[in-house]
Design a protein around this ligand. Structure first.
Ligand SMILES: Nc1ncnc2c1ncn2[C@@H]1O[C@H](COP(=O)(O)OP(=O)(O)OP(=O)(O)O)[C@@H](O)[C@H]1O
Length: 484
């Protein structure tokens, strides 16, 4: 028993507090104050549990030591029904989530409880704390191989790195979720390892659709899903990424498995952190964000790392508030990535899906010594031509095409054909577009882009290049013949 129990430091009504057991003294929304015996406060980031009515259990993560007997924490679940005097137990560790084979095919929440109406996890399932250190710099490996997606514009201009981090950036409604779902469809099925999906702060309906989708396509048995969606309190949205990451790390570190980690949406993690910071009364810094913005993003991103025996390839969606790419949360996320895929509202408005900006998107792999001269040169030429077209667009809108030189007119025609060729029908949108999804090999993408750059498709109507897979061989051949 603590020596100072019942002393002036501990309020009389908590005189019965024992080591590791405290009492709730204040509840304000998601923020909960709990008094413990002096000198026995749970450590920062420890999980404190409170048994509620029925079998409901509330988990509070300790954020502050307010004074020697009082902690302030953030609830991972709704605090309705929580009142002063209720007993809280320090678990002696951060939130621990189940890991290993048993979580495959399952849908979990931030604290690792199943939310798929399936059975509870057995007591012998390994559990790991969600707060862990990133692998040491010396233990990390930098991937240099391409992670092919079958999506022309990505594989050509912003190739993903096997064992690297990629993100899709975009404002509201430009196609982030559609793209990440398509990537799940195209990569999870071909990926031999394990997939972990973190649903952060997005619509829960989309999450459940994904679950059904994975089940139908037979890959659910190799996938774990962890959700803290928009209807959940900020604490859950803030920590659920860590929970998913911990599961991914277990497969990487204990089972030497390659993991594909998908996160939708990483901006919601930052936003939840900002809400928590506000609830705790911390003064905001840049544009209303929490003062700890960079460290919070780094803590999550640096843990997403590949090590010698196994890789973690991550694909993230990043919401860009008000289409402002200078937003600190967005700008900070950019710095951690190997591939950045930028979605453009302008292209989405023109129906050029996937609305990936060929000039704004980039990858560390775009280096001739890594992907070879042919791929590099084709990508550069495609970019140059589209850039030139964008420069000419102003002149065209002011003076019309007639004022352009013959060479520029040809360039405009080819750029417009390339831009259309880089659209692609997706399997996940087949239901509402009525177009079958297609996957295109990198070889075909390169060959076809080179053909368009050379002018082989000059006589083809632009619309024939829109929403197709590879160029129809006969089509270009015939066109070339017709033109000659
Ligand atoms: N590749 C695509 N092909 C056809 N239509 C698309 C495509 N991508 C997006 N769309 C259209 O744009 C809409 C919005 O896409 P999506 O929900 O992916 O956007 P988002 O960026 O995730 O939006 P939010 O930020 O609101 O979640 C889709 O419902 C669809 O109509």
């Amino acid at each position: 028993m603590p020596e100072n129990q019942g002393s002036g430091d501990v309020p009389d009504d908590h005189a019965d507090a024992v080591d590791g057991v405290g009492h709730v003294v204040a509840v304000s929304g998601s923020v909960v104050d709990i008094v413990f015996p002096a000198g026995r406060l749970p450590a920062i980031e420890n999980a404190v549990e409170i048994d509620m009515d029925g079998d409901r259990r509330l988990t509070i993560e300790v954020q502050q030591h307010v004074d020697p007997t009082r902690i302030r924490g953030v609830a991972m679940q709704e605090t309705a029904g929580l009142g002063g005097g209720m007993i809280a137990r320090d678990t002696g560790s951060p939130i621990r989530v189940p890991a290993g084979e048993s979580v495959l095919g399952r849908l979990l929440n931030v604290v690792g409880d199943p939310i798929d109406h399936g059975p509870a996890f057995a007591a012998d399932v390994p559990r790991l704390p969600i707060h862990r250190k990133a692998p040491k710099i010396g233990d990390r490996t930098a991937g240099r191989d391409m992670f092919l997606t079958g999506i022309k514009v990505i594989d050509l201009l912003a190739p993903l790195v096997k064992g690297g981090k990629a993100a899709m950036f975009g404002g509201a409604g430009v196609g982030k979720t559609v793209l990440i779902m398509e990537l799940i469809r195209s990569t999870v099925e071909h990926h031999s390892g394990i997939s972990v999906f973190a649903g952060i702060g997005e619509r829960s309906r989309e999450g459940h659709e994904l679950w059904q989708d994975l089940k139908r396509s037979g890959v659910l048995a190799r996938t774990a899903l962890v959700f803290g969606q928009m209807n959940e309190p900020p604490g859950a949205r803030w920590r659920v990424g860590m929970s998913a990451l911990t599961i991914a790390e277990y497969f990487r570190d204990q089972l030497d498995q390659n993991v594909l980690l998908l996160i939708d949406n990483v901006f919601r993690f930052v936003q939840a952190g900002s809400e928590v910071s506000g609830l705790l009364g911390r003064l905001p810094s840049r544009v209303g964000y929490q003062p700890t913005l960079s460290t919070e993003i780094a803590e999550l991103q640096e843990r997403i790392a590949s090590v010698r025996n196994a890789s973690v390839t991550s694909i993230q969606a990043v919401y860009v508030p008000a289409d402002d790419f200078t937003d600190p949360a967005v700008a900070e996320t950019f710095t951690h990535l190997d591939s950045s895929i930028v979605l453009s509202r302008d292209m989405a408005a023109q129906g050029l899906y996937p609305a990936i900006d060929p000039l704004g998107s980039s990858s560390v792999l775009l280096d001739p010594s890594l992907i070879g001269a042919e791929h590099y040169d084709t990508a550069e030429e495609v970019r140059r031509l589209i850039e030139h077209y964008r420069e000419l667009q102003e002149i065209i809108s002011l003076l019309g095409m007639e004022e352009l030189s013959a060479a520029d007119r040809t360039a405009v025609g080819r750029a417009r054909r390339l831009i259309r060729f880089l659209t692609q029908p997706f399997a996940v949108t087949a239901q509402f577009t009525g177009m079958q999804g297609v996957s295109v090999s990198l070889d075909d993408t390169l060959k076809d882009c080179q053909a368009i750059l050379r002018g082989d498709a000059d006589a083809m109507p632009e619309s024939d290049l829109y929403m197709i897979g590879a160029l129809p061989d006969g089509g270009v051949g015939d066109t070339v013949k017709a033109a000659s």
